[in-house]
Design a protein around this ligand. Structure first.
Ligand code: AP5
Ligand code: MG
Length: 186
């Protein structure tokens, strides 16, 4: 799942995971769990996540590696919030290769900026990066570091851009329709 903060990656990835009976792997959730548990990794990344900056590539790549391998043994996975840089995208292909998995599609959720701000400010989950200033910074980081992945995946013929402004159910239906173009029927 590729998309700006608030575009609905988590909402849709969770549903896709349930629908296809595969693991939903969210690097944001993994990092927040490490922070909440006060692990050494959590303490290392806390300030970075709170500021809305990206955690270093090697840390998140290590974080997802074993989980992707494990999920591949049980039918597959939906990645949410990873990859977020070109370096991570290359790593994601390497990990998939190691797991003998096929990257079927990259779902890009497009939502205009004013709608993203409304959604994130209204989320009410007390996330440590959901105040107005940090949200603005996360959007800048997305434009600078993650948006280049749109062209990267388009060039590889795996990008499905979806109108993420629709109702949650309609976004999901549209994703399933588009995925039929990319994934085999089974
Ligand atoms: P991460 O947890 O990935 O957050 P994010 O990208 O900022 O995105 P969000 O989780 O805020 O939004 P979402 O797209 O999942 O939307 P959601 O479904 O929640 O990353 C957090 C931080 O962790 C990063 O800033 C970074 O520090 C670090 N990090 C994570 N991964 C990393 C990586 N790979 N590399 C480096 N650092 C990393 O929806 C948002 C709201 O809108 C919800 O309230 C929802 O109910 C609502 N909503 C959803 N869909 C709709 C709809 N169709 N209509 C109306 N409302 C909707
Ligand atoms: Mg999310």
């Amino acid at each position: 799942m590729l998309g700006a903060p608030g575009s609905g990656k988590g909402t849709q990835a969770r549903r896709l995971g349930e629908h296809f009976e595969v693991a939903h792997l969210s690097t944001g959730e993994m990092l927040r769990a490490e922070i909440a548990a006060g692990t050494p990794l959590g303490r290392e990344v806390k300030d970075i996540v709170a500021a809305g900056d990206l955690v270093p590539d090697d840390i998140v790549e290590r974080l997802v590696h074993d989980r992707v391998l494990e999920a591949s043994r049980h039918g597959g996975y939906v990645l949410d919030g990873f990859p977020r840089t070109i370096h991570q995208a290359v790593a994601a292909y390497d990990i998939a290769k190691e797991a003998d998995a096929t990257v079927h599609a990259v779902v890009h959720l497009y939502v205009p900026e004013d709608e993203l701000l409304t959604r994130l400010l209204g989320r009410g989950e007390a996330r440590l990066d959901d105040d107005a200033l940090t949200i603005r910074h996360r959007l800048e980081v997305y434009h600078e570091r993650t948006e280049p992945l749109i062209n990267y995946y388009e060039g590889r013929g795996v990008l499905a851009t979806i109108d993420g402004r629709q109702q949650v159910d309609d976004v999901f239906t549209t994703i399933l329709e588009r995925l039929r173009e990319y994934a085999p029927a089974d």
